[in-house]
Design a protein around this ligand. Structure first.
Ligand SMILES: Cc1cc2nc3c(=O)[nH]c(=O)nc-3n(C[C@H](O)[C@H](O)[C@H](O)COP(=O)(O)O)c2cc1C
Length: 345
C-alpha cells in the first residue's frame, strides 16, 4: 500500500477500525512521538506488529511533543514523522492525535493488543489511557527498547563540539583559507642570507598592527642586525642559542608605564599579540622565525635589561630569531576537540 494511503485522519479512524473488525483482523496499537526515526523505533514496531494482524501507530501531534519534551522538539514535523512511520512495511495505518494523552484516540482505535515500549509497566501507564484500554478489553504488552537507541542521544551527539567543529584532532583538514596560520611553524635553522630592510620594515609594521588593550601600544622592538649583538643575546637564552646563527634578531620589550592601567598582564598580552603578528608576517614573506622566551625568567630579564641599559619601566618579553629558512616544518594545527566546550564547560 502506498505510504500516503496508510495515513488516516482521526475522523476516519473509526471507519478503519470497523473495516478491520469486519475482516476479523487482530489490531495492535501503539502510540509515540517518533521524532528522528532510528533503529530502536523500527525494531520496536516490528515486534509490536508481530503480536497481531494489523499495526496502527498513533503519532503525537507537534503541540503535544513540545508539551512533553520541551520547546526544541519536535525536530521533525508531525506529517513527516507520520510519513516515516507509515513507510515501514510492518505498519498498516498511522493516525496523528492531539495529545499529550492518547486516551480519546485509543477509545476510537479499540486495540485488541496495546503495546508500549521501554521503561513503562502496566502500573505506570497513564491512568486515562489505561482506563480507555480497559474499556476496550485490550491486552497490554510492554516491549523492551533497544538499548542505546534514542532520539535524545542522537540530538546530544549532533550538538557536541566534536560533531559540530570536527573530531579528528591533529589529522583535521586544514582550511585552505587559513593556510598562513597553519604554515607558521618555529624555524630554528636558517640559510646564510641577509634579511633586507624592506622585509624588516614590513615585519615591524605587521607587529605594530596587533590589537592592544585600550590602544595603549606598549611594545618596543630592538632590531639586531649586528651579529655580535645577536651572539651576545643568544648567550642569555639557554633555549635560543641558535639566535647567534640567525641572520636577524628582534627583542620585543614592553613599557609598563604605557600599558593599559599599568598592568603587567595587559602589557604581556599586547606584546604577545605583536609577536604572533610578526611570526605570521615572517611566514607570509617566506621567512622563518622562532619565538625565544625571555619573560618571566628573572635571569634572562635581568641580563637583557642590563645589556641594553633598558629604562626601569621597560621589560624584555621575548627575542625572535629570523631568517630565510633552511628547513620548513610542515603546516599543522594542534586542534583538539576535547579542548572545545559548547556553551558550558
Ligand atoms: C612564550 C613562548 C616561548 C618560547 N620559547 C622558546 C625558546 O626559548 N626556544 C625555542 O626554541 N622555542 C621557543 N618557543 C617556540 C615553541 O617551542 C613552539 O612554538 C612550539 O614548540 C610549537 O611549535 P610551532 O611553533 O612549530 O607550532 C616559544 C614559544 C612561546 C609561545
Amino acid at each position: 500500500m502506498p505510504t500516503t494511503d496508510k495515513i488516516i485522519a482521526l475522523s476516519e479512524l473509526s471507519a478503519w477500525r470497523q473495516k478491520m473488525r469486519a475482516a476479523n483482523r487482530r489490531v495492535v496499537v501503539t502510540n509515540g512521538v517518533f521524532d528522528l526515526m532510528h533503529r530502536g523505533h523500527a525494531t520496536y514496531l516490528e515486534q509490536a506488529a508481530s503480536l497481531g494482524d494489523s499495526l496502527l501507530v498513533l503519532v503525537n501531534d507537534d503541540a503535544s511533543v513540545t508539551a512533553l519534551k520541551g520547546p526544541s522538539r519536535p525536530i521533525v514535523s508531525q506529517d513527516d514523522r507520520a510519513a516515516m512511520v507509515a513507510a515501514l512495511e510492518c505498519v498498516e495505518a498511522v493516525s496523528i492525535f492531539p495529545g499529550p494523552v492518547a486516551a480519546d484516540a485509543l477509545r476510537i482505535a479499540g486495540p485488541d493488543v496495546y503495546v508500549k515500549g521501554g521503561d513503562y509497566t502496566v502500573d505506570s501507564l497513564n491512568r486515562e489511557e489505561f482506563a480507555a484500554l480497559q474499556a476496550c478489553g485490550s491486552v497490554i504488552k510492554i516491549l523492551p527498547m533497544v538499548p542505546g537507541c534514542s532520539t535524545s542521544n542522537i540530538v546530544k551527539k549532533i550538538l557536541t563540539p566534536q560533531t559540530l567543529f570536527g573530531n579528528t584532532g591533529k589529522a583535521a583538514t586544514l582550511d585552505e583559507r587559513l593556510a598562513p596560520l597553519f604554515g607558521r611553524r618555529s624555524v630554528r635553522e636558517f640559510l646564510p642570507r641577509a634579511v633586507e630592510q624592506p622585509e624588516v620594515a614590513a615585519l615591524l609594521e605587521a607587529a605594530m598592527a596587533a590589537p592592544s588593550a585600550r590602544a595603549s601600544y606598549p611594545a618596543e622592538f630592538i632590531v639586531l642586525d649586528d651579529p655580535q649583538k645577536r651572539a651576545a643575546v643568544a648567550e642569555f637564552l639557554p633555549n635560543g642559542r641558535f639566535l647567534a646563527k640567525a641572520p636577524l634578531g628582534i627583542v620585543v620589550c614592553g613599557d609598563l608605564s604605557r600599558a593599559c592601567h599599568g598592568e603587567l598582564s595587559y602589557m604581556i598580552q599586547d606584546c604577545s599579540a605583536c609577536i604572533e603578528n610578526l611570526l605570521v608576517a615572517a611566514h607570509l614573506l617566506g621567512l622563518g622565525a622562532c619565538w625565544l622566551g625571555v619573560h618571566p625568567n628573572a635571569d634572562r630579564v635581568a641580563n637583557l635589561k642590563g645589556y641594553f641599559h633598558l629604562p626601569e619601566s621597560v621589560i624584555p618579553i621575548s627575542a625572535i630569531a629570523l631568517g630565510w629558512p633552511a628547513k620548513t616544518p610542515p603546516p599543522r594545527t594542534n586542534y583538539d576537540a576535547s579542548q572545545v566546550h559548547l556553551n558550558v564547560w
